[in-house]
Write a protein that binds this ligand. Structure first.
Ligand code: GLC
Length: 416
């Protein structure tokens, strides 16, 4: 690596991001009044529910006490290292105690500060704490008018900045400020630079996402896993089914196999996965999410080395049997479609020194030109979620396949 000198600002960012770059896996939690309706967190907008009707949900929401403890325990068991919870979604209802509105959990039917409960729960499990906060607000009277009316803009921006200040002042150390939708203003109108300067003053170690219309510390690809360019930190946020808020009629859930595959993809690209759960209004985790997350956690218990610390970049090509993560000269091939007793990987440009099942037996192999064949594997996949094969190579690992084929006649393993 060449010597790169960082500006003090870049150095500070690198310091603040250090834990995040190694965290890999976090739990996103969408919970709010909409959870009672159970038709997506955009239900107020999608079904054009009048504000006066929607507000009634603040009289009937009675979450069970300390629901967040269960989420945090589950997150920990799943191998997650941090959590991000909606403190206020687009509906405008605040899960925290705010001096600036009475449309908030402690002053309505929940009668408690749900953000305080969440923060305590996450900390009790040693997880980092993130606050999701929607800048767009469908409940605030100035939330739309602010675009055309300067007095409304002034009031609304003061309200948003004020609440962000409350969140950064009242709950101790916060690790992530996770803004969302900034409709209808632009960065200048939001005074985003000023807001984020305040956040940093109150929380010197915090990292801030890119949704206040400023790039800040990390990118947030949503519902797709695409690395940011130039080594910038990033985190893909993904739903478990297709909704963020509790939506029992949306039953298309991801399974543990898919989650493990997403984890491998984020690790290979040096990013994180923020996987969402939408608890019921009471605060229960949908059973299928729990079941699949526990499987993922069990898998990470024995295969974590190939995910958490294995995020060195590597050129690779697609294979139907799996894909690589890498740490230095160690490759981890995550085989998630098991081919049987032999596994062939084409295109590897490096001499292989050894191969073994991660935490398991050494494997025989042949390598003729760029065809690597691993031999003597079990007939059935040792781990159906992904069996990791650890391969030591010489030089900087690279896999290049392209579209052409070469005939290899001198492969000693070639069947007669
Ligand atoms: C989108 C949606 C929102 C969700 C968010 C999560 O911005 O509007 O409902 O909370 O994505 O990233």
């Amino acid at each position: 690596m060449s010597e790169i000198s960082l500006t003090p600002e870049q150095e500070d960012r690198a310091r603040r991001l250090q834990w995040f770059r190694e965290a890999r896996f976090g739990m996103f939690v969408h919970w709010g009044l909409y959870s009672q309706i159970g038709r997506h967190e955009w239900v107020m907008n999608r079904e054009r529910i009048p504000v006066s009707d929607y507000e009634k949900l603040a009289r009937t929401w009675k979450p069970k006490p300390n629901a967040a403890r269960d989420w945090a325990r589950l997150a920990k068991k799943a191998g997650m290292r941090y959590m991000v919870m909606t403190t206020k979604h687009h509906e405008g209802f605040c899960l925290f105690n705010s001096e600036l509105t009475d449309y908030c959990a402690p002053k309505r039917s929940p009668r408690r500060d749900l953000v305080a409960e969440y923060v305590d729960a996450a900390r009790a499990e040693g997880l980092r704490v993130g606050f999701y906060y929607s800048m767009m607000d469908w409940h605030h009277p100035d939330g739309a008018a602010c675009k055309h009316d300067e007095a409304a803009r002034r009031r609304f921006v003061d309200y948003i900045h004020g609440q962000v200040g409350e969140l950064c002042s009242n709950y101790g150390k916060i690790d992530i400020m996770w803004y969302d939708v900034s409709w209808p203003l632009n960065a200048k109108e939001w005074e985003s630079a000023k807001m984020n300067a305040m956040v940093r003053q109150l929380q010197p170690d915090i990292i801030i996402n890119d949704r206040s219309q400023l790039p800040e510390d990390f990118g947030t690809p949503e519902q797709h896993i695409t690395p940011e360019k130039g080594g910038r930190a990033w985190e893909a946020c993904m739903t478990f089914n297709e909704s963020w808020g509790y939506t029992p009629i949306d039953t298309n859930y991801k399974n543990a196999w898919q989650v493990v595959s997403m984890l491998r993809t984020v690790a290979a690209g040096g990013g994180n996965l923020l996987l969402n759960i939408g608890p019921t209004p009471e605060g229960d985790v949908p059973p299928v999410c729990r079941r699949e997350l526990l499987k993922v956690g069990k898998w990470l218990d024995s295969n974590g080395a190939s995910i958490y610390a294995a995020s060195d970049p590597m050129q690779q090509d697609w294979m139907i049997t799996g894909a690589f993560t890498r740490k230095g000269n160690t490759l981890y091939y995550h085989c998630n479609r098991w081919p049987g007793t032999a596994l062939a990987i084409g295109g590897l440009q490096n001499t292989v020194q050894s191969a073994r099942l991660l935490n398991g037996k050494k494997l025989r192999f042949s390598q003729v030109r760029d065809r690597l064949v691993l031999k003597g594997l079990p007939a059935e996949a040792p781990d159906p979620l992904a069996t990791v094969i650890e391969i030591e190579v010489e030089g900087t690992p690279r896999q290049v396949l392209g579209a052409g084929c070469v005939l290899i006649d001198d492969d000693p393993w070639r069947p007669a």
